[in-house]
Each structure stands twice: as C-alpha cells, then as structure tokens.
Design a protein around this ligand. Structure first.
Ligand code: SF4
Length: 456
C-alpha cells in the first residue's frame, strides 16, 4: 500500500472519470488518498468524497489564495466539518507570496485560524508555503507549544528551510517537480530531509511528474515519483513505499501501521535478522524501548524466535546481497540461534555481517570469536567512546567497569578471525571522533561515524 497524502479529486478535472482514476490508483498500489480542501465548497466536497469511497480521507481548509474572501460565516461552516469522521487533517492552509492573490495580513490571519483549529482538535495541518518561508516558520513557531504536527506539502524551499521544518517536527512532501530533469537543486533539498519525515503526494490535478508533465495529474502517477525518491535516498522503491506509508500512518493515523515485530526484513538489497530486543547496553541514543522502528519496519518482538522460526521468516535468501544480524537488540545474546542460522546461510553462499555491541564474551562468560570463524564475513562493532568512563556514561552497560576493556579485547579477537572488521561511533555531542578514529587505526580496523538517529 502507498498513500497519496495530497490530492484534489473534487476538482472538475475528474468530473467524468473519477472511478477510472481510482481504479488506476488501485492498480498502482495507491490504496489510500487524502483529498485536500482548498475552499469551503471544496472542503465539503472532500468530505462527501471521503464518505463515498472507503479509501479516501478528507482534509478541510481554505487556500491562502482565498484568504481575503473568508467570511465569519464561512469559517464557522468550515469548523463545523471538523467532526466528520473521515476528516483527518486541517488544510490546505499557509502563505503564498508568489501569486499574492490575497493580502499578506489576510493570509496570515487565516493561517493562524487554521493552526488553532488543528491544535484544538489534535489534527495535523497540511501547509502550503510559497516564497513565504520566513513568515511561515515564524507563525508555525508561535503555534508550536510542544504538540505541533503537520506536513509542508509540495516543498519548494531551501535546505535551510527544510532543516527548520524538521526541527519544528514537521513532515515534508515533494510532488511531480522532483522528477523534472532540471530539478537537481530540489533533489538536493529532498536528500537533506530524513526519510523518516518524508511523505508522498501528487497534488493532482496539478504538477504531473515526468513523463506526464503537462497532462492532468492523478494518484497513480506516484509511480513516477517514487523511483526518483528511491534514487535520491539510495533506497529501493519498496523501501520508499513502506517508509512513507508508515510515516503517513504516524502523522494522519491512516493506512498500515506495520505493528508486527519483524524477524527478517529487507532494506535496499540486504536482509536483516532481528533475533532479540534484549541488550546489555542502554545507550543514550537508542530508541529500542520507545520507538523500535527502522526504515518503516517495526522491530519490537514479543517473543524471541527459535532458529526454525528465523529460517521460516527468511524463506529463500537467494536474492539478497548480504544478510545482516542486527535489529533492535544485541544479536550475540542469541548465539544459540545466530550460529545455526548463519551456518545455513553460509551453506547457501550468502555474505554475512554481524552488527554487535561487542559484549559477546561478557554475555557468555567465554571468548566467542572462534565460534564465529568462517560464518561471519564482516563484523561491525559499536565503539561509541574513546574512554571507559565516556562509554559508561553514554552506553550504561550492565557489566559496568569491565565492559570497555572487554570490548577492546573483542575487537582485537575479531581482527584475528573475521575478514573485515569495522568499529563505529554515533556522532553525538561530547564524543571525540578523532580519538575514536585513532583507536580504530591502532587496532588496525576500519572506522565509521554513524549519524545520530539514522538507522538502516
Ligand atoms: S547497543 Fe545498540 S541496541 Fe543496545 S542499547 Fe545501544 S544502540 Fe540500543
């Protein structure tokens, strides 16, 4: 399933063939659509559409172009729609200083009203912002109050503006223009947006993507936008579909949540194995307990799988470049499962990577590296700090003082046995990256800095 989070199917453009448009959307896997109101009349039509089709939801709002025409009566009529069961957002609202069809003061006044309405009903806001970033961000900041949620649709701002939107907790979506051959700058902006904050939209009937540019747009044309976004993020088309669907669920509460904890899951062309949620660290940056989601996969597992269950979840491992024991927990906690599964995968000629906190020896009370010999091709060990004290502070290991020296020994042992050894740190404030890199160099292993909050 994929979700078009911004469509205007109530527009006259679809008067004669809406059913066919929806059928093509379904064929393109677009199973959920948010129809976004741009006026009182259009908001009413959005609600009607949502009541008619199970997979359409409505957002109600008045476009900034029409801000000067909104009477108090209109506003009250709009407000009365908010309790309709399929109204899931407020907008489109915002500021448009490009076309300037309403005076700025009117646009700002009506924008404030939308934001208050959304906040009072705990709904997300769908924001239109064109050539008005400074005022838009200022107004959004005034309404923040710690519970702000929304999306800036058809984003056309700079990297700096995108960064500020992300800091405000907003999502960002890109429509057809991201596919245009001359849109390199926009694609660079998209790259700066964490994929966890990305949504899909067409803004149909406007802004058709390549190769439909100039024609009427429709939800099925998301299929032209998704590969471009996959390319921008270095992810697969499936990754973008799954992640943006989950993001839409998080923001709007519609579509698929992906609640089930996954044992085996794909990102790009790698297969990841999630053996446990237990870990002997409690790292400051870890979201294992609060938000066990990686690239749209839900990794919170209620029951740890047996080797048979893992093999069943893997199915045919044929198509993957590598298999990674990773997940939200420490894989060597499950050495009894990791080893037979790795042995099976090796027999199928798979490359195997183990991502570990390096506590395996402490967990099992014996050196475990020899047991991984011949099974693991690459091992990535989290170093996370340049001193034992710093490590204790950041990772809070259950083994206390003993942990950091044991971790260093684990890296040395890995160097003797595993063909490729890498240590990593997370670029958190207070971590001395240079010193960590020097430690890696002295140990003769590769070094990688992982971005804070970027997983998978
Ligand atoms: S080692 Fe990994 S799984 Fe364990 S707490 Fe730290 S970040 Fe989380």
């Amino acid at each position: 399933m994929i979700i078009d989070t911004h469509a205007h199917l109530d527009f006259p453009d679809y008067k004669t063939d809406l059913e066919s448009v929806l059928s093509r959307a379904k064929d393109a896997d677009v199973n959920c659509i948010i129809n976004v109101g741009t006026s009182l009349a259009s908001s009413k039509k959005s609600v009607t559409l949502a009541n008619r089709f199970h997979n359409i939801y409505a957002s109600i709002g008045i476009h900034p172009h029409d801000a000067s025409k909104v009477s108090e009566q209109d506003w009250q009529a709009l407000e009365s729609l908010i309790t309709e069961p399929k109204v899931i957002a407020v907008g489109e609202t915002g500021l448009d200083y490009y076309r300037n069809r309403s005076p700025h003061e009117d646009q700002q006044r009506i924008f404030h009203k939308h934001l208050t309405l959304a906040k009072n009903h705990n709904l997300p806001v769908i924001i239109h912002c064109r050539e008005a970033s400074d005022d838009c961000l200022k107004i959004l900041d005034e309404h923040r109050n710690g519970v702000f949620k929304g999306v800036v649709h058809c984003f056309s701002g700079t990297v700096e503006v995108a960064k500020k939107c992300i800091e405000l907790g907003l999502y960002v979506s890109f429509a057809g223009p991201i596919t245009f051959s001359n849109a390199n700058t926009l694609r660079e902006v998209a790259k700066s947006v964490p994929v966890e904050r990305l949504l899909l939209e067409t803004d149909c009937p406007f802004l058709s993507p390549q190769p439909k540019r100039g024609e009427r747009n429709e939800p099925a044309y998301l299929s032209f936008i998704i590969p471009v976004l996959a390319n921008v993020y270095g992810l697969s088309v499936q990754d973008i579909k799954r992640i943006t669907t989950f993001n839409a669920y998080k923001l709007f509460g519609i579509g698929e949540a992906g609640h089930d904890g996954k044992i085996a899951y794909a990102i790009r062309n790698s297969l990841y194995i999630n053996l446990t949620n237990r870990c002997t660290n409690v790292c400051d940056f870890c979201m294992r307990e609060t938000y066990p989601i990686v690239k749209g996969h839900h990794l919170g597992i209620k029951k740890e799988p047996t080797a048979e269950e893992v093999l069943e979840a893997i199915g045919d491992p044929g198509g993957y470049d590598e298999v990674v024991f990773c997940g939200y927990g420490e894989p060597t906690e499950r050495l009894d499962v990791l080893i037979p599964v790795a042995r099976f995968l090796k027999s199928k000629g798979k490359r195997i990577r183990l991502d570990t906190n390096g506590h395996g020896d402490l967990i099992h009370g014996r050196p475990i590296m020899q047991e991984l010999k011949g099974l693991v091709d690459t091992i990535c060990i989290s170093l996370n700090a340049d001193t034992a004290d710093k490590y204790k502070e950041i990772c809070k290991p259950v083994f206390g003082e003993r942990t950091y020296p044991a971790l260093i020994q684990f890296i040395k042992d890995a160097k003797q046995v595993i063909p490729s050894v890498q240590v990593s740190i997370v670029d958190m404030p207070g971590v001395d990256v240079e010193k960590c890199e020097r430690i890696a160099r002295e140990l003769g292993v590769d070094f990688r800095v992982r971005k804070y909050n970027v997983l998978g």
